[in-house]
Ligand binder design. Sequence first.
Ligand code: SAH
Length: 329
Amino acid sequence: MMDRNTLLSLLRGEDDSLLARADQVRRTVYGQDVYIRGLIEISNFCKRNCLYCGIRAGNPNAKRYRLSPEEILLCANHGYDLGFRTVVLQGGEDPFFNETTVCKLVEDLKTAHPDRAVTLSLGEQPKSTYKAWFDAGADRYLLRHETAIPTHYAQLHPADVTLETRKDCLFALKEIGYQVGSGFMVGSPGQTLEHLAEDFAFLSELQPDMIGIGPFLPHCDTPFAAEAAGDLDLTLRTVALSRILFPHALIPATTALGTLHPKGRELGLKAGANVVMPNLSPEDARARYTLYNNKLHTGAENAEQLDLLKAQVEAAGYRIVVDRGDVKR
Ligand code: SAH
């Protein structure tokens, strides 16, 4: 881990070569390859009330939906035919998707295509549930820590969730054997550069396989409706720092980054990201999985339009590969 003053000066943008250096590191470890993940947003029902999130339980304007296991299988298998060798199931913390239901779903996904990786992103669960899903065949789990400062965590979440529990979940997932992803938003209300330095310190402790970073973007039906969006350049610097500090990590150019700026996805790739996660959800579900306003789900964010994404990725100087895209250690 780099010392805190160096880290802070890099976050402040005092080194013009940061992004290019990150790209060098990425090319050394992963070459030009960009891994694709088919994202299926399985439900926007959520029992949590995260203050930043558009699908929080307390948003009465959210139009709720839930895909059936059959619909999810169809989507995922269609994705396989398009070239996706990883499917990501993400959703709110919806009690419908309990231990048994998700076990069956993961088994069915693995039976249909044993060479496909299954990533889950279904929030905080008991360790026994994480274990059951892993034993059913799940390969990876995404759970951002969101912020590594307890008081800041409490500004972003209601009192029924704590940073401590979130960390316990992440270490449990690692211990079980998942490839684990964590990460945070840049520019969430109350965040300072010192907070970001602490986020990196936590990531050093966790040693995640995947690091998801995107700008905070406000949603009109949340308590943070009037807050400013995260900064593009600062987000790119945190992506670049992630690559430099964790050369082997799988780092997505996130949808939030693409939503913040028309060239966000390409800029993310050039700053060290090596993963993109286009949307495979059915059309009507996409419009309802609104974590923040104006969330992209068309064009290159649409898994159906892989050609568009391929062209964008190639224009940026990389190439999409048909591969599970596991972490290189
Ligand atoms: N329920 C799952 C999935 C959450 S959505 C979980 O708790 O892990 C995935 C990520 O979207 C979150 O971890 C959060 O960092 C991000 N997100 C949520 N609301 C956002 C917003 N308003 N702006 C930017 N990112 C947001």
